[in-house]
Design a binder for this molecule. Sequence first.
Ligand SMILES: Cc1cc2nc3c(=O)[nH]c(=O)nc-3n(C[C@H](O)[C@H](O)[C@H](O)COP(=O)(O)OP(=O)(O)OC[C@H]3O[C@@H](n4cnc5c(N)ncnc54)[C@H](O)[C@@H]3O)c2cc1C
Length: 468
Amino acid sequence: MARGLRAATFTSKPSCILLCQTSHQPSSKSSALRWVRTQSTYTPTPSHSVAEKPTELSCSPLARLPTSNILRSLFLSFFFTSSTLFRPGLAIFSGIANSQSAFLNPDKNPIIRVLTRNIVYDQFCAGRNLAEIQRTSSLIRNLGFSGVALCYGKEVQLGADNKYHGRSVSMQEEIAQFRKGNLETVAMIKKGDWLAIKLTGAGQHVTQALMEGKPAPPEFVEAMNEICRGVAAKDCRIWIDAEQQALQSTIDSWTFDLMRQYNRGGKVLIYSTIQAYLKIAREKVQHQLQLAADEGWTLGIKLVRGAYIAADQRSKIHDTKADTDLSYNSIVDDLLRGQKFPVFDKNSNLKFELLLCGHNSQTIRTAAKLAAELASAGKLKVVPEFAQLQGMADDIGCELLQISDDAVKNSSSPAFVPKVYKCLTWGSIQECMQYLTRRLVENRGAADRMKEGAVQLRQELKRRFVGA
Ligand SMILES: Cc1cc2nc3c(=O)[nH]c(=O)nc-3n(C[C@H](O)[C@H](O)[C@H](O)COP(=O)(O)OP(=O)(O)OC[C@H]3O[C@@H](n4cnc5c(N)ncnc54)[C@H](O)[C@@H]3O)c2cc1C
C-alpha cells in the first residue's frame, strides 16, 4: 500500500452516486428483541433498522484512488473470499507470525520477506523507516484525508489460554523499546495527526500487570508521560487501543489516569476505546461519561465494534452480529443526539469527543448523515470524526471524503464537514506480523462486505478503462 496509494491524478470526474450496499442492520426481529431485553435502559429508535441510502455525490468516491491501489484491493478480495486460497494461506502466515525461528523471520529470510511484503505488508502497513512512512502519510493526505493515526506495530497477543508465548526479556528492556518505538512514531506525525497506542506493545511484563489489575509500573508511567508531552507539543492526539477482555479493565483504568492528567481545560489529548461488541458497551459509555463529568475532565471516546471475537471470552460479547450492530449504531445515535444516557439528564452541557472507527458502510453512512442533519438543525451534541484502517474500506472512506468535498463546494459555511483519518501501522515486517494476522482474520470475517466492495472496485476500473 505504501507504494500503491499514490495521489490521484484523475481530472475528469463524472457525475454519479455510490451504489447502495447491503444493510448490516439487525436482520431478525428476535435478535433485536433479545438485545432490548438484556439492555433494559435502551429502546432502539426506528432509524436503526432502516438501511441508509448513500448520499448523492458529485462524483464517484473511488475516482480519487490510484489504479494500482484498486488492482491490489481486488486481488486481495479474491484471496479473502476464496476458501481454497484463504485457509492454507492463513495457516502458513500464522505459523510464520508465531514462530521464534530465525529461518522463518521475514526480516531475515529474503524469500519470506518478499512474499509477506508484496502480498500483505504493503497493503496494510505504512513502512519500515522514516522515508517509507512519510511517503505513505503524504500520499494519504493527498487523497483528502485529514491526517493519519500512526501506530508502532509491535504488540503482544495472549494465547487462547490467556498466557503469553513469546521470548523473555527484562521489563526495563521491553519498556525502553516501547518508549523508543513510540517516540520515533511521535517524531513522524504532523499537526492534527494521531498516535495510536497499544499498551501490550510495552511487552509481556506490562501485559502481565494489565492481566493482574496492578498499577502501571513507574518506568511505564514515565515513558507514557514523555510520549504524551511529545504528542501534545505537536498538537496531535492519542488513542489507546482496546484489547482482549482479560486486559481491558486495567487498560481502562490506566487510560483514565492519563485522561485525568491530560484531558483538562476543554482539551482532549487522550481517547479511550470502547468495543461495542461487548454486552456492557452501553454501560461503559455511561460510566466513562459520568466519571469525566464528576471529575471535571473531558472524555474522548473512540468507538469500535471489537476485533478479538475469535480469541476472547465469547460470553462477554454480544451473541450475534446483529446485536453488535445494534449496539454500535444505537450508541452512535444517542451520543450524536445527546440522549438516553443517564449522564445527560443532569449534565446537559457535558462536552466530550467522538471518533467513529469502522468499515461498515451502513453504520458510517448513517452516522455521517445524522450528524449533518442534526448540525443543520443546531442539535448535534458531538461532532463525530471517522477513521479506517489502511488497506481496508476505501469505498466508505472515499465516500466520506467526497461528502466533505461536496459540503465545502456547495456551501460557504457547511454545518458539518466530516474529518476522516487513516490508521497506519509501521514497523519491521516481523514486528507487524501479529497485527497483520488480525487483519487477515478480520478481512475473512468481512468476506461479504469485501464482495460488495469488489463490485464497486470493478465498476471503477470499468469506468476508467471502458468509460462505462
Ligand atoms: C481505525 C480503527 C481502529 C480500531 N481500533 C480497535 C481497537 O482499539 N480495539 C479493537 O478491538 N478493535 C479495533 N478496531 C477493529 C474493529 O473493532 C473491528 O474489528 C473492525 O473495524 C470491523 O468492524 P466494523 O465496525 O468495521 O464492521 P463490520 O465488519 O460490519 O463488523 C465486524 C465486527 O462485528 C462483530 N461481530 C462479527 N460477528 C459477530 C458475532 N457473531 N457476534 C457478535 N459480534 C460479531 C465483531 O466485532 C467484528 O469485528 C479498529 C478499527 C478501526 C477501523
